[in-house]
Write a protein that binds this ligand. Sequence first.
Ligand SMILES: Cc1cc2nc3c(=O)[nH]c(=O)nc-3n(C[C@H](O)[C@H](O)[C@H](O)COP(=O)(O)O)c2cc1C
Length: 347
Amino acid sequence: MTGLTASRKLDHLNLCANTDVAFGDAGFSDVRLVHNAVPECSADEIDISTTFLGRRLNAPIFIAAMTGGHPDTAEVNKTLAAAAEHFNIPMGVGSQRAALENPNLADSFTVVRETAPNAFLAGNISAVQLRDHGLEWAERAVSMIDADALCIHLNFLQEIIQVEGDRSGVGILATIREACRELSVPVIVKETGSGISREAASALYDAGAAAIDVGGFGGTSWAKIEKARASDKTHQMLGDTFLEWGIPTAVSVFEVAQVGACPVIATGGLKNGLDAAKAIALGADMAGMALTLLPDALKGKDALFSRIETLCGELKTAMFLTGAQNISALAKVRYYLTGTVREMTNK
Ligand SMILES: Cc1cc2nc3c(=O)[nH]c(=O)nc-3n(C[C@H](O)[C@H](O)[C@H](O)COP(=O)(O)O)c2cc1C
């Protein structure tokens, strides 16, 4: 028996794989890195290694949480994990709720640690589920994959459009605070497509978040996905009305990085290594991607490895052309802001 949660995860994966589920503009076309006509470095010696939550990594690319929980998702998780291990980059698994509800479904998650024994792996649980089930769920999620961190995800736009969604955010901050205090691994708080504002970031830092993944607007659209899944007119209309809801990723990174205090992951609509470079210049420590990696992950290891090589090559090219030899130099590169991002950041 796979159950409702597991079949919902498969629905999501299939919809994302077979239809256009992206919506909006993450804002990276409004960000231009300043070209350096006299880069005092060599394109072949650009160093993209970095440190995140105490771990040395070969690149600032984070494979964002996608899937697991249905037997049919094991293969794609295995491919993603192989990439995390090969490139020494972090990977987040999808929500572990299905396997917490039914431990017989844990295989599609445990395969990730089996395939990536040395990689930085992040578990995943929704803030709402954590509030309703208590810390024991978080501990089980961590031990299921021997996680190096736990992602607690926030997805109220999705929940409210989902017919079976949770409708209350009461007690969420207290839940996150308790998890940050009690868990043996660092907590990464992540949005899933609506972004994190500077006010929300302050509250999350206060609660003890070790890192924030902005999960901004402009990539995978949960309003679009849940609208497609809804069978009743009310939820379909809600999805339509709130299609444009959210803080564009570039703006969210800018705001959250200004609050400071803990590492920032830029996820939401990043399409290539140049977007990753722009995100880092705006203040991110890591560049996260889900939808951009999914088609190649479904094709298999060769396609995904080649995609990640390309991403790293594009990132290095942007660094060479800005004269940034390493990631800390990239973080200080000057940029111009135009259009909506300029208006929204007042910069
Ligand atoms: C197929 C799919 C499934 C996802 N499932 C989860 C999930 O279970 N938990 C979670 O925190 N985020 C989940 N996400 C959200 C991503 O981690 C990410 O925050 C979001 O998709 C924005 O990034 P993107 O525009 O690069 O896809 C999922 C994304 C996709 C595409």
